[in-house]
Design a protein around this ligand. Structure first.
Ligand code: NAI
Ligand SMILES: O=CC(=O)O
Length: 328
């Protein structure tokens, strides 16, 4: 990294205070009009920058990285998920990659819990009815949902967000079950009162609600495939605030439409921002435009993390949130 201020190219508009601090610390090129960068823009950016600050919607693939100039040494991602960055290509070119884990855990877990409540209790459907001015008043049998207290929650990916969801769901009286690449430390497992399932298939067959919190990697693409979705009981709900690619969206939509599953709460989609039009027509789903970490506080904390990662790296130290391909 050169001794002069590093040239930092930011691909999207960030909170004002974060941009101001970046301008003070670095030779920063901002994207003030927030227009998503085209492939050509991204190539231009990696050709010239010392540091690229992409967000999760910028595809930094091998083709883009093959155009990187000799100065590019750091990709400081604004976001936790790094499935949009070709980590192997970055490593090959000695480009360090960092992300912003931890600071959006609680916000994303809150949004997940909101979906776990909203779908079985028909929150969005009820709101739509009210707004349509067709509500005829309370009745004993009107718009009945399902109780979540006492139900089984299956968490796929028991990392930061998975554990934060477990804590919330426990407080709502759900029993906690999980499938993870690695079993939790026994003390943590006991604290969360969580039951580990080595077999994802067996866990799926027993759950009332299943929520996805593993990263999107080649190993987790369509982890919830048509075959696995068919293992769920017809009264089960699927929640996904991780990445759309982990669930076979077409299969899920088909099953929801046929009543083979009770409902779904989705914050993420396989081809964002496109959403399967058939999903949009279903009443038993709650669909959000990738809002998991969308709080003002969270975005500020993410920006702080990006700055700390760049500053530490530029000062010749290991950035705190270095991402290694071996983590996945
Ligand atoms: N909707 C939103 O706005 C947000 C979504 N996310 C997504 O949430 C994901 C998880 O974030 P964190 O909990 O912070 O990550 P984390 O790394 O703390 O947890 C991920 C867990 O998944 C497990 N895992 C990995 N591969 C697996 C596999 N094949 N099968 C089962 N478990 C597997 C890991 O062992 C780890 O315990 C991110 O990768 C990102 O895609 C993160 C933040 C906000
Ligand atoms: O989806 C959001 C992220 O930070 O990852």
């Amino acid at each position: 990294m050169p001794q002069k201020k590093p040239l930092v190219v930011v691909t999207r508009k960030l909170p004002d205070a974060i941009e101001t601090r970046m301008m003070e610390l670095f030779d920063t090129r901002l994207n003030l009009d927030d227009k998503p960068m085209s492939k050509a823009d991204l190539i231009e950016a990696v050709k010239t920058a010392d540091v690229l600050v992409p967000t999760i919607t910028d595809r930094i693939d091998a083709a883009i990285l093959s155009q990187a100039g000799p100065n590019l040494k750091l990709i400081a991602n604004f976001g936790t998920g790094v499935d949009h960055i070709d980590l192997a290509s970055a490593r090959q070119r000695s480009v360090t990659v960092t992300n912003t884990p931890g600071v959006l855990t609680e916000d994303t877990a809150d949004m997940t819990m909101a979906l776990i409540l909203a779908v079985p209790r028909r929150l969005a459907e009820g709101e739509r009815l009210l707004r349509s001015e067709k509500w005829n008043g309370w009745s004993p049998t009107h718009m009945l949902g399902h109780r979540i207290w006492g139900k089984r929650l299956g968490i796929i990916g028991m990392g930061r967000i998975g554990q934060a969801v477990a804590r919330r769901a426990k407080a709502f009286g759900m029993s906690i079950h999980y499938h993870n690449r690695k079993r939790l430390h026994p003390e943590l497992e006991a604290e969360l009162e969580a039951t580990y399932w080595e077999s994802l298939d067996q866990m799926l067959a027993r759950m009332d609600v299943v929520t996805v919190h593993c990263p999107h990697t080649p190993a987790t693409f369509h982890l919830l495939s048509a075959r696995r979705l068919a293992l769920l009981q017809p009264h089960a709900y699927v929640i996904n605030t991780s990445r759309g690619e982990i669930v076979d969206e077409n299969a899920l939509t088909r099953m929801l439409g046929r009543g083979e599953l009770a409902g779904a709460g989705l914050d993420v989609f396989e081809h964002e921002p496109a959403v399967n039009p058939k999903l949009l027509g279903l009443d038993n789903v709650v669909l959000l435009p990738h809002l998991g970490s969308a709080t003002i506080e969270g975005r500020m904390d993410m920006g702080e993390k990006v700055i700390i990662n760049i500053k530490t790296f530029a000062d010749g130290h290991n950035p705190p949130d270095r991402v290694l391909a071996s983590m996945f």
